[in-house]
Design a protein around this ligand. Structure first.
Ligand SMILES: Cc1cc2nc3c(=O)[nH]c(=O)nc-3n(C[C@H](O)[C@H](O)[C@H](O)COP(=O)(O)OP(=O)(O)OC[C@H]3O[C@@H](n4cnc5c(N)ncnc54)[C@H](O)[C@@H]3O)c2cc1C
Length: 417
């Protein structure tokens, strides 16, 4: 018998500060907090960086190709209205094999949104608008406490200790702390992955001619060059190059950089000029071997960092957010502990297969296309020709790019949580 004196058992439990403790106030962490708020779950979002740093317009030079399903979710979270004016609909995607100065190969893929009923495949949106809109939405949600400038240094099940010694307690701890996730590492979750020996050089250019909402991807020997439409006569460039060439280009002045970019870019948009700063991001694959642990779950890049070749990293993260929020909301409705092992297992089962599949697909496409081997070049040109000639297959790719395939969370179907 546990209590022979039959005196009342006093279990000392830490007072809970919140339902969900989220480490990482990047893009996926705030999205999860907003989604969970809709289910009546409170959260604290902790980020090591001060808010002023993260809201500086030049903090992150990326622009995201947000799939239609992600746009629906941002709309359901009340974020889309604040950024819609800065977003550019993506109407078509053209992908072709290329070599600097040679232009595109005769076979190319062409995906047109007109082949599906749902509308544009997605929207391009610059990080600076999305990040700020997420922070504004958090500030207006009474269920969310944002703790910027607070670095997590240690953790226990459902709790974290900050650099100033303060400890926070929640029912569930979320790692939304990016591809080098300290939350995952401290929980003993191992990662699978490798570097690509490639760096993405990111910038924006103004051009003379309109892009007409068309996104271009040229598969160059050093890596893909993506030209992605932004509002007006502007495009976002993601140029993946192998090292050490990438470092040379990153260190070069703007004129030297543009002189190297122009032959790869071609002249189909007329003269190009740089606008804003250039940024570089080393590329690699990093997959957590488990997305869950004791009272803990991972979302976004903390769970899976993939090659940007398909522009899917954030879209995958937002799917995690939709799936986890839905799993937790359903658990709450049923009166379950939101951090119970079987609840978290449902989330992992939903998301792990999908992300591992996409990680393998992006890895394979990058390896197949980022080289100058003539046999592989012939094979991939043939492959593109075949896909392009089969309307059913082509529509499948378009629906995939729009994020409409697979087991979609309710928020991504435009339904309430
Ligand atoms: C060149 C490039 C282009 C891309 N283009 C696209 C695209 O077109 N479409 C798309 O869907 N995806 C794209 N991606 C992927 C996308 O950028 C990422 O998936 C996304 O930014 C990940 O967001 P996150 O919130 O998971 O992580 P992060 O943005 O990395 O945020 C992690 C946060 O955690 C905080 N943090 C870390 N450690 C601690 C700690 N100890 N204590 C407190 N806070 C901590 C950090 O300060 C940071 O703010 C691209 C990626 C690259 C590199």
């Amino acid at each position: 018998m546990d209590n022979p004196t039959s005196a009342p058992i006093i279990k000392v439990m830490a007072k809970l500060d919140t339902d969900i403790l989220i480490v990482g106030g990047g893009l996926n962490g705030p999205s999860l907090a907003l989604a969970c708020a809709q289910a009546g779950l409170s959260s604290i979002v902790v980020d090591a960086l001060p808010e002023i740093t993260r809201t500086e317009p030049d903090f992150d030079g990326r622009a995201y190709a947000l799939a239609l399903a992600s746009v629906r979710m941002l709309d359901a979270l009340g974020v889309w209205d604040g950024v819609a004016d800065h977003a550019q609909p993506m109407l078509e995607i053209k992908a072709s094999d290329g070599r600097a100065g040679e232009g595109a190969a005769p076979f190319f893929l062409h995906f047109d949104h007109a082949e599906i009923e749902e509308g544009p495949m997605g929207h391009m949106l610059e990080d600076r608008y999305l990040r700020r809109a997420l922070m504004t939405a958090m500030a207006h949600a009474p269920q969310i406490t944002h703790r910027p400038g607070a670095r997590v240094v240690s953790q226990g099940p459902g709790s974290v200790t900050l650099h100033n010694g303060e400890t926070l307690h929640g029912r569930l701890l979320i790692g939304a702390d990016g591809r080098r996730s300290g939350v995952a590492e401290r929980a003993g979750i191992k990662r699978t992955g490798w570097g690509y020996d490639q760096t993405a050089l990111v910038c924006a250019v103004d051009h003379e001619r309109p892009h007409n909402g068309i996104a271009h991807q040229f598969f160059m020997p050093g890596g893909p060059l993506a030209i992605l439409p932004l509002p007006g006569n502007r495009s976002s460039i993601v140029w993946s190059e192998t090292e050490p060439r990438a470092s040379e280009l990153a260190a070069a002045d703007d004129d030297t950089f543009l002189a190297a970019l122009r032959p790869a870019f071609g002249d189909f948009l007329g003269q190009i000029t740089l606008t804003g700063n250039r940024h570089s991001y080393p590329l690699g694959l990093s997959l957590a071997q488990s997305f869950i642990a004791d009272r803990l779950a991972l979302v976004g890049d903390a769970a899976h960092g993939v090659h940007p070749i398909a522009g899917q990293g954030l879209n995958l993260g937002l799917r995690d957010v939709g799936a986890l929020a839905e799993t937790l909301a359903d658990a709450k409705r049923r009166g379950e502990d939101i951090a119970a092992p079987d609840v978290l297992a449902r989330y992992q089962q939903w998301r792990r297969f999908d992300t591992a599949g996409l990680a393998v697909a992006t890895d394979t496409v990058n390896r197949l296309f980022s080289n100058d081997n003539s046999a592989l070049r012939a094979l991939r040109d043939l492959g593109m020709g075949v896909v392009g000639a089969l309307p059913g297959l082509r529509r499948g790719f378009i629906r995939e790019a729009a994020g409409l395939t697979g087991d979609l969370p309710r928020l991504m179907q435009g339904r309430p949580l």
